[in-house]
Ligand binder design. Structure first.
Ligand SMILES: [Zn+2]
Length: 72
């Protein structure tokens, strides 16, 4: 089994840990509903991207699910 060749000093550990911090996610505002969206992603709440509806948003999905329930 492998063993550590040398003791890791506290400064070695801290220097390594200096790169562990997470970067803050860059968010833009949706052009349709003004909610925060990831850049180059369709809006999760309304499904808009590049000025048009590309996917069913959360609200539409809930509506279609409710409609399916009514039919069944
Ligand atoms: Zn939106």
């Amino acid at each position: 089994m492998g063993l550590p060749g040398h003791r890791r000093t506290s400064s070695h550990k801290r220097r390594r840990a200096s790169h562990f911090a997470l970067k803050k996610q860059n968010l833009a505002a949706c052009a349709h509903c003004q909610k925060p969206v990831l850049p180059h992603h369709a809006c999760l709440s309304c499904g808009w991207y590049a000025g048009r509806q590309v996917v069913a948003g959360k609200q539409k999905l809930v509506e279609t699910k409710a409609a399916k329930h009514k039919k069944a």
